[in-house]
Design a binder for this molecule. Structure first.
Ligand SMILES: N[C@@H](CCC(=O)N[C@@H](CS)C(=O)NCC(=O)O)C(=O)O
Length: 163
């Protein structure tokens, strides 16, 4: 079932290898939203990107009927509130919602920065990075436990992908 409404114009400024953009694409796919995906060249950013995200000048940016929404987790929440079928955040449980946002934030503060460290430095610092990365993955494994997804039986707000 497509949930695209005639009056909705949805554009995503994307960079295909980006994990931040991927979580937005996962949310749009879960909701069945039709959208136009525009690839950015981050070495030569489009004037559309600079206009729609003048603060950070980063992808992903969702442009819904001309209005920009920036920062991937913020975008996922916007998608969840705008197309509220198949909720990603549990609508009736503020505690569960807080936990999902906590782990989304944990991933942003740890997984990306530590992973980046492992790939961009060498020697002792890289070894430290590897240790930190394993600790971080163990922490996430612990939270996931026996559940199919973070937060339970269904895919929700907390997702992460590496290429
Ligand atoms: N906190 C941002 C991070 C987005 C981000 O780091 N985007 C990168 C690509 S993966 C980017 O656009 N970099 C361009 C730049 O920093 O100039 C989010 O969650 O959306």
């Amino acid at each position: 079932m497509a949930h695209h409404q005639e009056q909705d114009n949805v554009v995503l400024l994307d960079f295909w290898p980006s994990s931040f953009a991927m979580r937005v694409k996962i949310a749009l796919a879960e909701k069945g939203i039709a959208y136009e995906c525009k690839q950015e060249n981050l070495q030569a950013k489009s004037s559309l990107l600079l206009e729609k995200n003048p603060v950070h000048k980063k992808i992903p940016v969702l442009i819904h009927n001309g209005k920009p929404i920036c920062e991937s987790l913020n975008i996922v929440q916007y998608i969840d509130e705008t197309w509220n079928h198949e909720p990603l955040l549990p609508p009736s449980d503020p505690y569960q919602r807080s936990q999902a946002r906590f782990w989304g934030d944990y991933i942003d503060k740890n997984v990306y920065s530590i992973g980046h460290k492992v790939w961009t430095v060498k020697g002792k610092e890289q070894e430290e990075g590897k240790k930190e990365f394993i600790e971080c993955l163990k922490r996430l494994e612990g939270e996931l436990g026996e559940k199919a997804y973070f937060g339970g039986e269904k895919l929700g707000y907390v997702t992460w992908t590496w290429l």
